[in-house]
Design a protein. Structure first.
Lengths: 461, 461
C-alpha cells in the first residue's frame, strides 16, 4: 500500500510526487511537455493506472497528466478536501412509494463523492441520502448497482440485462424505477428500454447529470430529485428521460425515450425532444403533464419484457462523395441491418445505389432516416428517392437515426423476413414514429430564453 | 415524338395513359398495387424514364407511379396548367451592381417552370426575370449553369470547379456572386467554398429553395431576391448561405458557410447557424448585420483560390456497440482521413481504441467532433477522452462534423504530415472553430415563434 499522503498513487506517478515533494491535496502548477496545468492533486483509485497524476482544476474539471511528460511541479498551497459523504440510514416510511434506483454508471453515479479520490461509483441508499437528504421526502429508495460504465460503453448486453432487471423489480411490486446513467448515450438506452420493456405498469425514469456533484453548478441533486419524484408519484408509466429543462434551475423536462437526443456536449440543458413535445415538466415536488396521450400508471398491467438484440447493425451517416466501399464493407463483414442517415428528405448519391441494391439482394435490411434530425423521410418527392425505394430501402418516417439503429437491432432479433421487418419497423411501439409533428415542435421547447419560457408557461396555464 | 396529349410519355407509361383514356393534365385517381394516388398527370421530360407516370398531388408534391403497378385510372377532371415563364430580356442598368448567378441544380433552379413537364434546370437571365421581375430592381444579372444535379450528388470535383469559376468571375470584376444550389448538401458546399475561396473581395451567397416555385408556399422567389440583394449591395464579403429565416415570409437569415446546417427535412426555415449567431437578417431591400466581425467588401483584395481535395476521407458516426471493423475497413480501403462524430464531449467505446491506434500508426489522420452538434469536444474531462488523445485523435473544438469532413479533405490535399494537419485543422479559416459560443447561441435564433422573433427584433433595435 502507498503512504497515506500519496493515496492510491503507485509506480511512475508516485515517483513523480516524491521527486517534487508534493502530495495528495497539494495545490500545484505542473509543467509538462504539453503545457502547464494548475490544480489540486486528487487522490487516486487503487484500480486506476499508475502513470497519471489527476488534478482538479479551478473550473471544476479533472485533468489527467501523464507522469512521464512532467518536467516540474511547484507547490503553491494545500487544499485538503473531504468529499466523504456522511452515510446515514435511509429512513423508511411505509406511507411513501417504493422506488428502485438501478445504477449503470456515468457522472451522476460516479462523482457523488471522492472518498477514494477517483471516479468510482458510490451508490448505496445511505450515501445518496447523505448527499441528497431531500430524497427521503419523496420515496423509500432502494439502490442497486448494475454497472459502473461510461454510457458510450453501454451496449446490447447491458440493455438486455437492465430490461430483465426492470422486469424483476416490477414483479416485486415497486412503484417506480429510476435508472442512473451516463448522459452521452442515454438516449440510445432509453430507446432500447422502450422496445424491451413494453406496457410497464409503473414509471421508468432514466436520469443522469452533466456536471458532477462537487461542482457548484451541478445538476446531479436536482435531476435525481425530479426523477425520483416522477418515478414515485407520477402517472406516466413510460420509459422516459428526466433531465434539466431550461438554463435556470426551474424545472426538468420529461422526454419520451424514443424521441429524445443529447444536443449539446456540455450544457446541463442538453436533452431535447425532437419532432414532438416533451411529456411533462417536473420539479422535485410536482409533475405537470404537457402531453395528454401517455400510458397511465396501472399496477395491474403486466409488462412485456422482450430483451433481444441483433448486434450486426450499423448507421451510415451520408456525406457527399461517399464511396460504394462504405456499404460494401458492411455487407462483406456480415452486417444484417443498415440505417442510413440521408440528407434532406432521405437521399444519398448515385454511386451508392448499386451497392445498396446488392446489399438488399443479399438480405440486408436497409432503412432510411434523415440527418436533419427534424422532419420526415419523404422519398416520393424526387426521382432519386423513388429510385432508392425501388432498390428496396425502407423509409422510416420521422424516426431518429439513433432510435432506428436500436429498433432495427431489436427487430432483427425477431425476424429477418423483409416484409415482417418493414411491418415491425413502421409500427410504432411508443411514438418512435409520430403521425404529424406538432406545430412548431421544431421550434419551441428549446428553453432557456426567458421569452420562450414565458410562452411555454402561457401554454401550460 | 409522342402525341402532344401525352407530352413526353413513352413506352409502358404511354401505354397505360392510352389504356385508361387519360392524358397529360387529366385530374385522376390512380389505383395501384401500392395504394391510391390522386393528382394531375404532369408532362414528362423526354430524357426521363418511360415507366413512370408523374402526378402533381394537391399538397404540391409530385409523385411518380410505376406504370406496371397501375390497376386502374379514373379521370375526375382536367387541369391544364401553363407553367411556361414568359421570357423577356433582362434589363441592364449601368448604375446597378453586376451579379453572376452560377447554377448547380436543385429545386431553385430546376423547378422554375414546368415547360417540359419535368425537373430540368431552366435558368437564363430572361427566364429568371420572367419569373421574378423584382430581380431587375436589385442588380444586373448574368447567369451560368455549371451543373444540373441534386445537391447530394455534388462532390469535390464540383466544389473545385465552382471555386475556380468564382475566381474567374471575381477576376472579371463582378460585384457579387450567387450560387443556386440544392438544399440537401448546401452546407457541405458552403464549407468547401469557404476553404477553397479565401479573402474574396465580394459576397459569395449560396441560395436554394425548399419548395418549388409552382407551389403557393414557395420560398424560391423570396430567397433569390434576398440572395441577389446581399450579393449586389451588402458589405459582407464572405461565403454565406442565404435561406428562409422564420416560418413567416419576413426575412432570410445569412449564415456563415462554416457554421450552417440543414436541420429539418421539409420546412422552409430549415437552415440554422450552430454554435454561433447568423451574420445578418436579409430582405429583398435590406441587409441588417447581426454580427460585427465579418470580412468587409474590398474590391482591391485579391482572392486566394485553393481548389484541392483529397477524396479518401470519411465520417464515422459513433453509436453504442460500434465494432472495430468499421474503422478497420476504412484503413484497409485506403482512407487517409477519418472524422469521428463521437458522443458527448467526444467519446467512443473501448473496443474502437485499438483499431484507431493502428489507423493512426499507419498514418491515417483521425479527428474528433461531437454528434450533439452543439458544444465543444473536451477530451481532458474523462479518462476515456485522455486515452483517445494519447492514441493520437485530434479534437476539433466546436467544428461541425460535416465541416470537419470537408476541411480534412481539403487539408489532406495540402499535407499528410500529422503536426501540419493538426495545425491547419485547428487554425480557423472562417470561424469553423469559434473561441466561445455566444451566450444562448444554442437557444435563440431558432425563429418562427412570435415571442422569439419579438425578442430577436428587440436585440436588433
Amino acid at each position: 500500500m502507498a503512504d497515506d499522503k500519496y493515496k492510491g498513487y503507485r509506480g511512475p506517478a508516485l515517483s513523480v510526487l516524491k521527486n517534487f515533494n508534493v502530495y495528495v491535496w497539494s495545490d500545484v502548477e505542473v509543467e509538462t511537455t504539453k503545457g502547464v496545468f494548475a490544480g489540486v492533486i486528487l487522490p487516486r483509485s487503487e484500480t486506476a493506472d499508475d502513470c497519471h497524476l489527476v488534478l482538479k482544476m479551478s473550473n471544476g474539471y479533472n485533468v489527467g497528466v501523464l507522469a512521464e511528460n512532467i518536467q516540474n511541479i511547484r507547490e503553491i498551497g494545500h487544499k485538503e478536501a473531504h468529499y466523504k459523504i456522511p452515510e446515514s440510514e435511509f429512513p423508511r416510511d411505509p406511507a411513501k412509494p417504493n422506488v428502485t434506483l438501478l445504477g449503470t454508471g456515468g457522472t451522476i453515479a460516479s462523482r457523488l463523492d471522492y472518498r477514494t479520490g477517483a471516479v468510482i461509483p458510490a451508490f448505496t441508499p445511505g450515501e445518496l441520502y447523505g448527499a441528497v437528504p431531500e430524497l427521503a421526502d419523496i420515496c423509500n429508495l432502494k439502490t442497486e448497482k448494475l454497472y459502473g460504465v461510461f454510457s458510450e460503453n453501454m451496449g446490447p448486453e447491458q440493455y438486455m440485462f437492465t430490461a430483465k432487471k426492470i422486469g424483476e423489480e416490477i414483479e416485486n411490486g415497486v412503484d417506480g424505477i429510476v435508472i442512473g446513467h451516463g448522459t452521452d448515450a442515454m438516449h440510445h438506452t432509453a430507446a432500447a428500454l422502450s422496445f424491451m420493456v413494453q406496457d410497464s405498469p409503473v414509471p421508468i425514469v432514466i436520469v443522469g447529470s452533466q456536471r458532477s456533484s462537487d461542482r457548484p453548478s451541478s445538476d446531479a441533486a436536482f435531476n435525481l430529485q425530479c426523477a425520483c419524484h416522477t418515478a414515485a408519484h407520477s402517472d406516466i408509466a413510460e420509459v422516459t428521460v428526466c433531465m434539466f429543462g431550461p438554463t435556470s434551475d426551474q424545472y426538468n423536462l420529461l422526454h419520451k425515450g424514443t424521441r429524445v437526443r443529447k444536443m449539446h456536449s456540455s450544457y446541463r440543458s442538453t436533452f431535447r425532444t425532437l419532432g414532438d413535445i416533451p411529456i411533462a415538466m417536473v420539479t422535485p415536488e410536482k409533475v405537470t403533464p404537457i402531453k395528454k396521450d401517455y400510458k397511465r400508471r396501472d399496477m395491474n398491467r403486466k409488462p412485456k419484457i422482450d430483451a433481444v438484440f441483433e448486434e450486426m447493425v450499423s448507421i451510415v451517416y451520408y456525406y457527399p462523395n461517399m464511396r460504394p466501399d462504405i456499404i460494401e464493407s458492411l455487407v462483406d463483414n456480415g452486417y444484417k441491418g443498415i440505417v442510413i442517415a440521408g440528407t434532406g428528405l432521405g437521399h444519398v448519391n448515385k454511386p451508392l445505389y448499386e451497392p445498396i441494391r446488392k446489399a438488399v439482394e443479399k438480405g440486408v435490411q436497409v432503412v432510411m432516416t434523415v440527418q436533419t434530425l427534424w422532419g420526415y423521410v419523404q422519398m416520393y418527392v424526387y426521382d432519386t428517392g423513388r429510385d432508392l425505394l425501388d432498390i428496396g430501402i425502407m423509409p422510416m418516417e420521422n424516426m431518429l437515426p439513433e432510435v432506428a439503429y436500436i429498433k432495427l437491432g431489436w427487430v432483427l432479433a425477431h425476424t429477418t423476413e423483409r416484409e415482417e421487418v418493414r411491418k415491425m419497423m413502421l409500427t410504432p411501439i411508443n411514438d418512435e414514429i409520430t403521425e404529424r409533428e406538432p406545430f412548431d415542435g421544431y421550434l419551441i421547447w428549446q428553453g432557456g430564453v426567458p421569452e420562450v419560457e414565458e410562452f411555454i408557461s402561457k401554454i401550460l396555464r
